[in-house]
Design a protein around this ligand. Sequence first.
Ligand code: ATP
Ligand code: RIB
Length: 303
Amino acid sequence: MYRNIKSAVVGSINADLILQTERMPQSGESITGTSYGHANGGKGANQAIGLARLGTNTKMIGKVADDENGRRLIDNLKKNNVDVSCVATDGSQTGLAAIILDGEGKNRIIVYEGANAEITPSFAADSITDDLDLLLVQFETREETVISAVNKAIEKGITTVIDCGPAKQFALEKMQGATIISPNETETEALTGIYPESNDDILKASEILADRSKAKFVVLKLGERGCSVWDGNSLRIIPAYKGEVVDTTAAGDCFTAAMALEFIRSGDIHLACDVGNKAGCIAVGRMGADASMPTAEDILNFK
Ligand code: ATP
Ligand code: RIB
């Protein structure tokens, strides 16, 4: 389905430590967990594996340290057919995410950026080659690095998708004219000051994001409500699919990878968002980060 597409991801590669508990602890409170496990994560790596699993040719642009986690994460990218020739391995410490997962599958995450914060703007920009059809970025690496990669891709006419996770303020004005900008609800609030609750809020926030970034499409990820699309003229809500919720971690990464590829294949942003919703629903039904990513077959067979 997506075999002829060449894509690249500039972003983070993290070792995830997932601790499960019935409910989140309050400030100052210590509670008992029910289980824990280690997983391969990082928004960048998750999205790269998401693209590769959907069948596209994918290059990861990032950095890990020459330590145990770094070696394991690189092996895992390779096992998932991601090209790691642009992953540097001389970082200080490999990035780490401590994820607390509650009984409803909802999470809270603390990220130690480590090597991810050492990807330089020039390294990222130099890795964006003419043969690419798609660039995906997130905000889990240095702001200047994201800006430099996006501007290089825009200059080369490459379809560029900006996933705005994790939630933070960001100089969107410094990267004008990407194809799609896509924050989730809390990221939308961090960037616009508006939490996208009502359709009116969704529209106002989308207009602000379009105005600040000059992106062609604004796609808000709205969790169990699905997503919204603003194309500068009309707003459409594309409803989510219903499924079991086991772990919402990386649902957004999965959505972004699938939505971006389907957009390149079909050129239809609404169809692309529907495919993103299918991928997101599959992801919330599975435990872990990269392990949640579906194949093209999973999406075709999804009901
Ligand atoms: P993450 O947990 O990775 O940070 P996110 O907050 O970035 O995720 P969400 O908006 O929670 O992103 O989810 C991304 C997409 O996954 C949604 O747009 C939707 O398509 C799908 N999704 C999320 N939660 C559910 C759910 N409970 N039921 C069905 N689909 C869901
Ligand atoms: O989006 C999910 C990811 O966020 C996790 O894999 C974790 O590494 C954090 O970066």
